[in-house]
Design a protein around this ligand. Sequence first.
Ligand code: HT7
Ligand code: ZN
Length: 892
Amino acid sequence: AEAKWLKDYQPPVFEVMDLKLRFELAPTSTVVTNSLCCQLANGQVLSDMLLDGECLTLVSIRLNDQLLASSDYRVTDTQLIIHQATLAQAVAPYQLDIVTEINPQANTALEGLYLSSGRFCTQCEAEGFRKITYFFDRPDVLTTYQTTVIADKAKYPTLLANGNLVSQTDLPDGRHQAVWVDPHKKPCYLFALVAGEFGCLTDHYTTAEGREVLLEIYTEPRHLAKCRHAMDSLIASMKWDEQRFGLSYDLDRYMIVAVDDFNMGAMENKGLNVFNSKFVLADADSATDIDSEGVEAVIAHEYFHNWTGNRVTCRDWFQLTLKEGLTVFRDQEFTADMLSAPVKRIEDVRRLRSHQFAEDAGPMAHPIQPQSYIEMNNFYTLTVYEKGAEVVRLYQTLLGRDGFRKGMDLYFQRHDGQAVTVDDFRLAMTDANGRNLTQMQAWYQQAGTPKVAVKITYQPEQQAWLLDFEQHNPKAPKADPLLIPIKLAAFDGQGRAWSLATCANDDAALTQVAGEWVYLLTEATQTLRVTGAPADLVWSLLRDFSAPVILDYAMTPADRLHLAKFDTDPFNRWEMVQQLLLADLISQVQQHEAHQLDSQQVRPAEAVVTVLKTLLTEAITDSTRTDVDWAWYGYALSLPDIGYVIEQFEPVPIATLLQVYPAYQRALGVALADLWQQTYHTQTAQLSTDYAYNAQAIGRRLLKNRALQAWLASGDAAAVTAAQAQYQRQAHMTDVSASLQGLMQWHEAESEPLMQDFYQRWADQPLVLDKWFAWQAGYGKVQGLSGVQRLLEHPAFSWTNPNRVRSVLGSFARLNLALFHQTDGAGYQWLADQVLRLDAINPQVAARMVVPLIQWRRYQPQQQAQMRQVLQDLHTKIASKDVFEIVSKALE
Ligand code: HT7
Ligand code: ZN
């Protein structure tokens, strides 16, 4: 398998003026007629025409209506090459009519045209269009599309494609046809076609420009009632994008189709989004709050792509973060406005630190603009998406919301209808604000999470504080320093915010943006001197997580407690509690490793108990208040994710960690059992039995269920009774799920009858059944690996449904760490065996499932050897370039 490189980019040789596609749909043999009109692009000279195509059976090719002979062209596994000599004999523009045949039913990779539960659908990003027909499958070739879809009317009553429906006709032989025209030029990765039997929820939206838009959500008819939340989210997104960015929708119809078999979350095809049904279907009975928030965010994300991705697209796939980082940033801002901004920030940073930081420290580490890839699908990563969004956020932190908006306006003004690069985005931000942002370039080019070490000292004689900053990136030690904005503030001994304005001396790097102080790091080392300031200040740094870095700043527990109490930035108040917990956990793991402590002796430190006690007491006392951000309390009272704790060690003493972490959870449960119980009851009392989707109610449920978890961990029998009762009430899936997960984790035997009951209730609802599989794979310990193996043999398990596969394989490796890392290495071997099996069915998903194994170098010698052996073995057997690329990098 050969790598493609950013440095080798060449502009397209041919320009496509129009593309007409005709599909005669049949499960095992669909005929695709592709009529494309093209000419040499400006400044190009005639050469062979290279059209991408894979897994296609060529039927015929005509050039300007002349049937080509086999000597006029060449077909390889990946291309159709029309010889230069053939073209030279024809008159431009070239009209090519290419007929091919494909087998959607055999397409279990779910890329190109495939069948999902008897419905046809497509997935073209990144390079799937080449599995539908021969074409220039690259994002910088844009053209208009007309799509004719022909199929049996009884089996496939709904026929959809991008754009506007121009005609629908019955054909004599029981078939019918629909013709769709998309007037907007687009790259082929945004092409979509759907055909099958669907129910449809409709609504309308009138844009700020006065356009009447028909909104449609298509799903299996039995699921129609679960589409309302998705529709409300779509309408809210359309409104929000007009208000925040002045961006309106540009077609008369916006369609969303939910399908069960889907490799990722959703796809932003122009005017016809295709979604994993997980991100469309949600009602209180069957979806948790987290699921509903996912629906809202993904609906918004795909909608926002209409401008950031579709109207302005990427020049090549190395620019993926241009659309994904920016669109994630936009969906984060949307969710922050819909629910709670601080909580959204906390959730995003938790995710970044637990997962993206690990990716950035491992063998798959890459800059947000990768330099090369073998399989593009492997680069739809947390780095390109989440870190990419953090880099976009840096512009807003530097320029303020207004400055950022000016940059966005200029970006659209300059590049609407174009395929551009991340440099074009930076230049728009630069030019719109008259700021030199050249240094931002480095954020696109370096892999690895930068570290910022801070030392703070006070000089009493001068009443001066010295803040020494040093930045370095262990993955790129020689790289240029980055532009890192550090939002900061200081609080005096009484907890009063101390105004930096009184001393904002002559340091040009210290600026105020939207009322916040921002210190701009531009050098490898830099010192901020603050004079005329009292000695009792406590510094709050990297407020709101103002840059995606690791802050190395040794604070005393007392200072952390001080900020946990007084900081005005809710993110940093949360952060201080988390740091107290993390430092305590690390210290107990270290003591356990040094044989100074056994699991029975694990106890939270006094400072931890104090701060959590204070928070719980506040939550209990204030429980009737309606102006409290309860989700903030829920997160402040949660332990740092184990993934983040793992990140703190090199090598990772996994066996010890897997004893200490649950022992710590148990001890925390015991130490504060009464308060957890009271929190559970006081919050329950405030929650109406009717489900409501708003920040207050979501926050209360989050806190209540966090309290239930901790109370269950304490071992108190009353907690088990409370969890069982919560399950039996069947109020909504958020509560059902919390009770079952808590019981499975801490009282597996007691969870069993409830799990059986759950199965009976939900056996016919795939998305809910995914949870049943995921909980057992993620938390089931009693039956060991054979219990997880049995899930694969369950009649409801399916290798061709990615959600189901992720529920078992993904949850096992992510959550069931005790089994995954079991000492004989059988957990590693089991996962590798399943990856190999999956690789033959769906390489894209298989490549995701292998990732937990690639971190092998971070572990101690025994696990290292076991994981490496499993990977080496896999390397010799694997067929796909997807898994091959990841395993090869891991073994480099
Ligand atoms: N732009 C999409 C990325 C994508 C994808 C989606 C579904 C299946 C396969 C896919 N490959 C790439 C999704 C998004 O970020 O909005
Ligand atoms: Zn996206």
